[in-house]
Ligand binder design. Structure first.
Ligand code: ASP
Length: 296
């Protein structure tokens, strides 16, 4: 186990499974998925992949389970349809790819990556994103995953988002998230998760992935503010505390975030009962993972 609170050796990957409440009977499966996501994200980095590869991989792993309100576990909107959102951001290029309200695909994170890498745009929504998915498959950019959703009851009692931040050995940062948003949401509703500066942000100083009530997170552009505070000299822990305090003071709260700087310092904060997290860095033999993490 690493010495917490010290600089973690790069590369590093930090993954979250949403600020929410999970029923106890699912905790074991959730923890196994979190651990797997961190291990496979780190594997991408160790095999010469970029931080973008690492966060896409980690999120893909979580989307592939039916344990989170994302990917196979996506919840339906008011009209009984599935619409999902995802974003991926490259901190050094300050470039991102996002898809919003895309219909019923399992891995929107890969479509977001496609937007980043293969288009000159950053955000594609609705039917445009649906068409782009077909184009992505036709180009063999990523393979289609068999879409077999389970009819399992919703596992998180509210909603949750999966997210990740990775930093490679040179300090390059990427962050990402994927969600289906709130169960029963209005068709077309988009929360904070795929919005750069709200649910996710990364630059050359730090990267963040937020989760929780999107309409509240948007009000304070939580992701950008967290990174801004690090740029201004706060530690990641101080920055995470500052944005969570602001969220509580100015909105009804209920959120969480993971924040990582270019040295591999990690902070996390949440005001919900659970926020599964896993962390794996070069110096750790095993990932740290917990449903209700306590990280200094
Ligand atoms: N932030 C997500 C949304 O509002 C939900 C979550 O993170 O739980 O869509």
């Amino acid at each position: 186990m690493p010495r917490y609170g010290v600089i973690m050796k790069l590369p590093i990957i930090v993954v979250h499974g949403g600020a929410t409440v999970f029923e106890k009977k699912y905790h074991e499966g959730i923890l196994a998925a979190m651990k797997d996501a961190a291990v496979r994200g780190m594997c991408a980095l160790e095999n010469g992949g970029s931080p973008l590869d690492a966060v896409e991989t980690a999120i893909w792993v979580l989307e592939e389970t039916d344990l989170f309100t994302a990917g196979r576990g996506a919840s339906k909107n008011r009209d009984g349809e599935i619409e999902v959102d995802a974003v991926i951001m490259d901190g050094n290029r300050l470039e991102s790819g996002a898809v919003m309200a895309v219909h019923d695909i399992i891995h929107p994170i890969s479509l977001a990556r496609y937007v980043l890498e293969r288009t000159s745009n950053f955000q594609i929504v609705g039917s445009g994103a649906d068409k782009l998915y077909e184009q992505m498959l036709a180009e063999n950019y990523r393979e289609e995953t068999i879409s077999m959703r389970t009819e399992r009851p919703q596992i998180s009692r509210e909603c949750d988002t999966v997210g990740a931040v990775a930093v490679d050995e040179t300090g390059r940062i990427a962050s990402a998230s994927s969600t289906s948003g709130w169960p029963g949401k209005l068709p077309g509703r988009v929360g904070d998760s795929p919005i750069v500066g709200a649910g996710v942000y990364a630059n050359d100083i730090a990267g963040v992935s937020c989760t929780g009530k999107g309409e509240q997170i948007l009000r304070i552009t939580m992701g950008r503010m967290a990174v801004f505070h690090v740029e201004q000299g706060l530690s990641v822990k101080q920055a995470a505390n500052t944005v969570m305090a602001e969220l509580r003071q100015k909105t009804s709260g209920e959120a969480g975030l993971i924040l990582v700087d270019n040295q591999g310092n990690v902070a996390m904060k949440f005001d919900t009962p659970h926020m599964p997290v896993s962390i794996l860095s070069q110096e750790m033999d095993e990932p740290y993972f917990a449903i209700r993490p306590s990280w200094p």
